[in-house]
Design a protein around this ligand. Structure first.
Ligand code: ADP
Ligand code: MG
Length: 149
């Protein structure tokens, strides 16, 4: 008897989700940040400019709803347009969080996106997913299958 086993290996790396936050877009840094992301070897799989409503920002950051900064964060994140993107790279979630730097730009390593473009711990230029599951969840808010390449 012959046994045929088909093994499929996903060679294309893993996915993370990012947003260029409203303050960074308003300050004119969106294109430079996208260029820096590409320079880091992150491949853009989906991309759009949009704006979060207050309710959408609350849903996106729901895990932080009990934190003292929640109201201010939601206000900031819904204050103007953002650039949302789905990125691909090996170990994308961890690699991208290292690439953007610490949450507080003041503590972020030199050369990271948050160090270069972040204005404060709240307006820290970019979002980066913190797990593979959250990357899928967050990308799902923004991109249909027809918008993914
Ligand atoms: P990260 O974005 O690095 O994953 P968190 O998930 O802890 O950080 O926080 C989500 C977002 O909330 C941060 O990116 C930042 O915009 C904001 N934030 C976090 N901590 C503070 C704080 N102490 N004061 C104001 N805003 C904060
Ligand atoms: Mg986080």
């Amino acid at each position: 008897m012959r046994l045929n086993i088909k093994i499929s290996i996903n060679m294309s790396g893993s996915i993370t989700f990012t947003m260029v936050k409203p303050a960074a877009v308003a300050d004119g840094h969106a294109a430079a940040i996208l260029a820096k992301i590409a320079e880091g070897g992150f491949k853009i799989k989906a991309l759009k400019m949009t704006r979060l409503s207050k309710e959408q920002a609350e849903q996106f950051y729901a895990i932080h709803s009990e934190r003292p900064f929640f109201g201010s964060l939601v206000k900031s994140m819904s204050s103007g347009p953002i650039i949302a993107a789905m990125l691909e790279k090996d170990n994308a979630v961890e690699a991208f969080r290292a690439y953007i730097g610490a949450t507080n730009p003041a503590e972020a390593a030199a050369g990271t996106i948050r160090k270069t473009y972040g204005k404060s711990i709240e307006d820290n230029a970019v979002h980066g997913s913190d797990s593979d599951d959250n990357a899928q969840l967050e990308a799902g808010y923004f991109f249909s299958q027809f918008e993914r390449f």
